[in-house]
Design a protein around this ligand. Sequence first.
Ligand SMILES: [Zn+2]
Ligand SMILES: [Zn+2]
Length: 266
Amino acid sequence: MRRPVYCASHPPDPLMMSWRHWSTCKVCRRWPTAILCPACRQRWDQPILRCSHCADHAHATDPAGHACPLNPRHLWREAAARMDYATPCDQWIKRLKFGADWTQARDLARLLNECAPAQRLRAQADLILPMPISDTRLRERGYNQAALLARHWCGRDPRLHIDWLIKHRHTPAQAQADRAQRLQQLEGTLSWGTPTRLHKLRGARVLLVDDVMTTGATLDIASSVLLQTGVAQVDVVVFARTPSPLGAGPGGGLHSPHVSNRPGPP
Ligand SMILES: [Zn+2]
Ligand SMILES: [Zn+2]
């Protein structure tokens, strides 16, 4: 059975859903519902108009989201994000990355299915590559959360290759680093694996998948590596995007930047 695709502004009717899609609400734990109950969707999941290049809140100078004012631009072509990295989404991601709660990936993938720009980018891609983590991090965490998210989102799609991008050097946690520091730390840490894959990468439209985009430095490094091998274009899908001052600050965005400042969920 094909997974239904929902619009964020038109939540699914629970009565129309298969029992397999029923669950407790991820925020208030109400049962039964479709990941998020209507009240929590209303409070925490309002549709956000995003820039099609950086996936940040649409810029005031570009309300249609098609002419990102970033200069220099990122190396990828288009990016899509499902939610802001803010309450309650930040807790889900932390549980996935640091709480060994790998079941979060399934729920995030179901929410990602509701994101029309992400679905469009996936449909256009020739290859879907999740962002890699280092072996050190893999031993620590037990799984690559981006690969898990991509696997749940794409299922058995033959375009998905979870081991084509490799991170062959461990880098320290980057939570406090700015973009320049991240780029410096990550330089030379990613590669695309074995030469036998080269002919499949050349001319391909590649979609990178990750759980969170903060400054975009890691995704830029991956895009750079791929573009140097001759891929035709790189697009990006992330579950969560950290709103930047450029996109959502005073006078910058069209939407309130203060989602994360709202009182916490019950
Ligand atoms: Zn709820
Ligand atoms: Zn932008």
